[in-house]
Design a binder for this molecule. Sequence first.
Ligand SMILES: C[S@@+](CC[C@H](N)C(=O)[O-])C[C@H]1O[C@@H](n2cnc3c(N)ncnc32)[C@H](O)[C@@H]1O
Length: 269
Amino acid sequence: MRGVRMGFNGIASRYERDSLIQKSAADKLISLLDIRRDDAVLDLGCGTGSLTRKLRALTDGKVMGMDPSEGMIHEAESNRGGLDIIFKVETAERLAHDDSFTVIFCNSAFQWFRDPLNALKNCYRALHRGGRMGVQAPAKKEYCPNFLEAIDAVAGDPRTATIFAGFRPPWLFLDAAEEYASLFKQAGFIVPFAKIETVSTLHSPGEVMTIFESGAAAGYLNQEYYSTKLDEAYERAFREIVRESFHNQANAQGKVELVFNRIYLVAVK
Ligand SMILES: C[S@@+](CC[C@H](N)C(=O)[O-])C[C@H]1O[C@@H](n2cnc3c(N)ncnc32)[C@H](O)[C@@H]1O
């Protein structure tokens, strides 16, 4: 099937190049986790594994990357460059490791979890006592005002309004750091750090479209999340409307101020 209607499998081959925003947010998460040479690390929702490779360089312990998308894991395997990393196709909800890691790293993936509490209970079980889990993910219903403005245009356009009415967002977006912390505490964790930050960066409208395609599009253009039937004409019009909205959001210098709310959280077993 063409396009991104298959979710992350459909964008896997472009993800490594296009995931600028996820990578820059990850650097802060890596520093919050303070990874040591003897840590055994699980990169949960590892995508194409570029961050897993970065984690590999920080420790001499075991490193595993896990992701439910076969396309993403295929890319991760192809890009591994001979590094000693185990890659596995699996969801966080089916993670079945006991006492196996000292660090779980989870960047830009938590919002996709279907059953976050169950996933977190699995993560708790997979960690050694004293082990830590770090999460970075877009947060708040207003997770990215720029994307939401574009999506409002999709919802109001006669070419897309009827099909878009059948869209049910798959994401978990909580409005307060305490709500995220409470979910982790229910799974047994102590939460020493949880903060929602608003980050804004300047990009050309084309770059904003690339950023949209590297994550959000895997939800907004995925048949799985519609009760209505997607077709090529919808997909084409959807992209045109979103692209036009990003152009309209540019300032006099031709730049869009892209705003993201992000949760950074560290939890300890
Ligand atoms: C935006 S990508 C992030 C990839 C990588 N962590 C990064 O920061 O570049 C989100 C990833 O979460 C994965 N994902 C979605 N649902 C998941 C689940 N239930 N358990 C684990 N990973 C999941 C997707 O397949 C996708 O590869």
